[in-house]
Design a protein around this ligand. Structure first.
Ligand SMILES: Cc1ncc(C[n+]2csc(CCOP(=O)(O)OP(=O)(O)O)c2C)c(N)n1
Length: 623
């Protein structure tokens, strides 16, 4: 980490193998970015890891994890209109949360400049959908630059910062999962002298910053004029390039990760099509595209997710009366998933059957068995689900939320029959409880989500008297995205801060039925949930236990740490398999003879399983 921090601030030029997310941070530093805000979500958390590697006091910028993406967007906006180059980053669906603010940004005069870094997720590697945020960019008249690899992340961010500062408008840097996470040797320039003028420059004269009805039209005209001005820059941009294979019959227009897959696939092609690769993707460089399509007989558009580039290119062709055959998405499969090597191979083979050799079966990669996600050994959520399952009736309705506890929907717990997005569980639960006296509704929510988007649904339950029970799964961290702090932990990325305890907030809302318990106290938790369900009012159970992955990692870093584990006394074990079938800790393995074994590499010795064994056959392992 120390080395990474030093590298990111190195004065002289250098080359290094880094992730896209790391290259981004060097570009932020080099561009003089002064304020950075974020909310965690894959594929972007390693941006914060790289930022965190720069030692405290040496960071040439302010950084915070805000409570959610909308707030993060507003922090970056406020900084920009005060004269600072700012950046906000988060995952794809984060833009849904931030959109109310985001769609207004281009109406405003962002005097310091502002880059919106999006971690889109084609393939839904770690998201609840694979939305294409280029739609949002169009709706908000916002330019989009899209890198294909870590080197381009570095150049595209710098270009985005310059563009944003020049036009005083937001610019999107759209990254996707395997651009964020790919590693490549990147050539970094020497760092310019970083001199900051921190005089607060906010001035209403730079505005207006109040989008009331009478100002909407002039502001919208300004946004459109800005976009038109940017378009002429797009024509000249070095982020776009043509690879000329001297093929006037076939061309491909592409961008981002599909370009990288294309380069690999074309290794096998006998006659390579020409390629127009876009890095400046919105607004589209019309002349460049027109030139490309008029000089080829057929053009294939290779883009992940939706048909945005395709429609742009077809419109350009139609308006200019060009008769080149333009081929976009042919079938449903082309709309789904990442454009990996295999996918691009298939698509191009269907587009031009003579382009590539038919793939041998052996060529088609290894089929990797599915490895379903699961809760870690010792996870407090496992104990909670095990205990709560005993408190509810089969017919009751359980509503999940986003986080590690979402995994409760898996067997053997099967808790959480529906899921939507962060903070949605109390609202959906409220709806399910209406005209429903026979089936209790239990909603789940994590502590980071509580502050992110959970509170409005909770307040609504109080305000409208909804008869549901909410289980707050408090593990003291934003676990699923890599253990970022929450407002309840008393720390933020910059140091110590006031704790905002969940219970205090709930009490402040006037909630009368609040219960608290450590999830390892399984019997007590079962009893409390039964009580909460009997309350006939909105009730909350705070089911607390620290994230054991985080805890164990911290312990392992301590000097003299000695691993612990449990053991099964085979003389006592009657092979009832409660530990496997109902508790389901992955540390247990059933052997062919029916006996149960503890995997010493997985078990952390937390002992939460011991109380689940009807014959008390599990006990701490004595070395
Ligand atoms: C709008 C949005 N932002 C970010 C994410 C990424 N994300 C997935 S799980 C999660 C963590 C939730 O933390 P918490 O509620 O504390 O639950 P835990 O994982 O700790 O159980 C986040 C931030 C998301 N899915 N949606």
């Amino acid at each position: 980490m120390k080395q990474m921090g030093e590298m990111l601030l190195r004065r002289e030029s250098f080359e290094e193998i880094v992730m896209g997310n790391t290259a981004l941070v060097r570009a932020m530093v080099a561009s003089g970015t002064r304020v950075i805000s974020a909310y965690p979500g894959s594929p972007t958390p390693e941006i914060a890891t790289a930022i965190g590697a720069i030692p405290d006091g040496k960071r040439p910028f302010y950084f915070e994890f805000s409570t959610n993406e909308k707030v993060a967007m507003e922090v970056a906006y406020g900084a920009s209109i005060n004269g600072h180059l700012s950046t906000v980053f988060f995952k794809s669906v984060g833009l849904n949360v931030a959109s109310d603010t985001f769609v207004q940004l281009n109406l405003m005069n962002l005097i310091g400049g502002m880059v919106v870094v999006l971690g889109d997720d084609p393939g839904a590697n770690s998201s609840q959908n694979e939305q294409d945020n280029r739609h949002f960019a169009r709706m908000a008249y916002t330019p989009v630059l899209e890198p294909a690899n870590p080197s381009e992340v570095y150049t595209c961010y710098k270009a985005a910062a310059l563009l944003s500062k020049k036009h005083h408008m937001p610019v999107i840097l759209r990254m996707t999962t395997h651009v964020c996470h790919a590693k490549e040797k990147v050539a970094f320039d020497a760092l310019p002298d970083l001199v900051f003028d921190d005089t607060p420059k906010f001035d209403v004269g730079n505005g207006p910053y109040i989008p009331i009805t009478s100002l909407v039209f002039p502001k919208k005209r300004r946004a459109l004029a800005n976009l038109a001005a940017v378009e002429s820059g797009a024509e000249e941009s070095s982020l776009n390039s043509v690879t000329d294979h001297g093929n006037d019959k076939r061309g491909i227009i592409t961008m981002g990760l599909p370009f990288m897959s294309l380069m690999d696939v074309l290794e096998k092609a006998t006659q390579k099509p020409d390629i127009l690769k876009l890095g400046f993707v919105h607004p589209i460089p019309k002349k460049l595209v027109l030139d490309f399509i008029t000089t080829h007989r057929s053009v294939k558009i290779l883009e992940e997710l939706d048909d945005i580039l395709e429609n742009d290119v077809k419109k350009i062709a139609y308006d200019a009366g060009v008769t080149t055959r333009i081929m976009g998405k042919a079938d449903v499969e082309d709309w789904v998933g990442e454009y990996t090597y295999d996918k691009v191979y298939d698509i191009l083979s269907r587009t031009w059957p003579d382009l590539l050799p038919v793939r041998e079966e052996a060529d088609q990669g290894v089929v990797v068995p599915d490895r379903p996600a699961q809760m870690c050994p010792g996870c407090g959520h496992r104990s909670a689900f095990y205990a709560i399952k005993k408190a509810i009736e089969k017919n009751d309705i359980t509503v999940a939320d986003i986080g590690c506890h979402t995994l409760g929907f898996l067997p053997p717990y099967e808790m959480g029959q529906l899921l939507m997005c962060m903070g949605a569980s109390p609202g959906m639960g409220a709806g399910l409880s209406l005209f429903n006296d026979s089936r209790k509704v239990v909603a789940f929510m994590g502590d980071s989500t509580f502050f992110h988007a959970g509170l409005p649904g909770i307040i609504n339950a109080v305000f409208n008297n909804h008869n549901i029970t909410l289980i707050l799964m408090e593990n003291g961290t934003t676990a699923m995205t890599g253990h970022q702090e929450t407002p309840a932990t008393g720390k933020n990325v910059n140091g110590v801060t006031d704790k905002i305890p969940l219970k205090g907030v709930l009490e402040g809302l006037g909630i009368r039925h609040i219960y608290e318990v450590d999830t390892y106290q399984q019997e007590k938790l079962t009893d409390l949930v039964k009580q909460a369900l009997a309350d006939d009012a909105f009730s909350v159970v705070i089911a607390r236990h620290p994230c054991m992955l985080k805890f164990t990692r911290e312990q392992r870093r301590k000097k003299g740490y000695q691993g612990k584990r449990v053991a099964i006394d085979q003389k006592i074990c009657d092979q009832n398999h409660e530990c496997l079938a109902s508790f389901g800790c992955p540390s247990f393995t059933r052997k062919e003879d029916g006996s149960v074994e503890v995997n010493p590499d997985l078990c952390i010795g937390d002992g939460s399983c011991m109380q689940t064994c009807p014959t008390s056959a599990i006990s701490p392992h004595k070395p």
